[in-house]
Structure formats: C-alpha cells, structure tokens
Design a binder for this molecule. Structure first.
Ligand code: FMN
Length: 170
C-alpha cells in the first residue's frame, strides 16, 4: 500500500455505533484479534487479553454498566480488552501498548468492511464488568470494542489543525 493510500484508509475509519444483525464470521473475528496480537509492546510483553462475547444475554448483562449500553446490545460481537497485570513492567508503556492493540483492531475491522467503536466510558465500572465476565483480578478492563457490520452512516468528527498539534519543529 502506498503512503497516501494508507493515510486515506486511516482517515476513512470512523467509529461505528449501529450494526446490522448480520453475524461476524469467525474468520473476520480472528483477523481482527490477530491484528491486535501483532501490536507493538514495550519489551514485547504483549499485556493485552481478550474476552470475546457473542452471547446476547452476556451483552445485556454488561449494558447497564455504561451509558452506551444500547451499542453493546446492538453489536453482534464485543471484544472486551483487558490488561494482564502480572505481565506489566511500566504503567505508562503497558497502557500505551494496549492502546496500540486496540487501534490495530479498529483498523483491521475497517479493512474488512466491518464497523467498530472503542468504548471507554464503561471503564467507570471496570471491576463490575470483569466480575460479570467471570475474570480474575489479575485482568483490568481497558476497553470494550463493539464490532459488527455497519448499519447506516457514522458521524465524522473533525480533527484539530496540524498547527495546533505540532507545537515545535526544531
Ligand atoms: C480512549 C477512547 C475512549 C472512547 N470511549 C468511547 C465511548 O465510551 N463511547 C463512544 O461512543 N465512543 C468512544 N470512543 C470513540 C470516540 O468518541 C471517537 O474515536 C472520536 O469521537 C473520533 O471519532 P472517529 O473514531 O469516528 O474518528 C472512544 C475512543 C477512545 C480512543
């Protein structure tokens, strides 16, 4: 892929919060997870862990933990992404690595024609979500990614101007 094609692809990815009832194939789901697996991490410690949720009853159980509960119920698949506390070596770098993992998965979903959104608001109930999913305390929730085939358009939030972001060119 040429650089400008990659840039267009990155810009074209948008958070999708409405999904059709079409299921996500195992092949597509595994490609999304595989993209996450290949994210960079400090010391290559790969601190991410995933709980994949299809079961509508489980999705409904998680819905009250966030104001985006309707998205959880509507998405055919959730990738609940955790950080594995015993694998960590540096708080900041390990959290950055999980962010890279999540972005890899968002981009892979986009590349497959799927829609996805990174849900962070649910972190206010991180421990409750972990317990509802039957996971041990050595996992801490980082995000829930809702995934499915897009249904309808997306909002297209703008970005700050480059001049505001590049604070110095030395
Ligand atoms: C750390 C983080 C937390 C987010 N949490 C939520 C959330 O809880 N609910 C939601 O609808 N979108 C959430 N988003 C998606 C952002 O709202 C979205 O990425 C941003 O508005 C830019 O829009 P775009 O992804 O369509 O370009 C989150 C994104 C990130 C990176």
């Amino acid at each position: 892929m040429q650089g400008n094609q990659l840039l267009d692809f990155i810009k074209d990815r948008r958070s999708v919060r409405r999904f059709s009832s079409e299921p996500v194939s195992d092949e597509m789901l595994n490609m999304v997870l595989e993209a996450g697996r290949w994210a960079p991490s400090g010391n290559n410690n790969q601190p991410w862990r995933f709980v994949v949720v299809h079961d509508p009853a489980v999705r409904a159980k998680l819905a009250p933990f966030t104001k985006f509960g309707a998205v959880l119920k509507n998405a055919p698949v959730l990738i609940c992404t955790f950080i594995h506390l015993p694998s960590m070596y540096n708080d900041t770098k390990d959290h950055q690595a999980v962010g890279a993992c999540l972005e890899n998965m968002l981009l892979m979903a986009h590349g497959l024609g799927l829609g996805a959104v990174w849900l962070g608001e649910i972190l206010k109930s991180a421990a409750e979500v972990r317990d509802a999913l039957g996971q041990p305390e050595e996992l801490a929730l980082m995000a829930v990614m809702a995934l499915g085939h897009p249904d309808g358009g997306t909002s297209k939030p703008e970005r700050k101007e480059m001049d505001e972001l590049v604070v110095a060119r030395l």
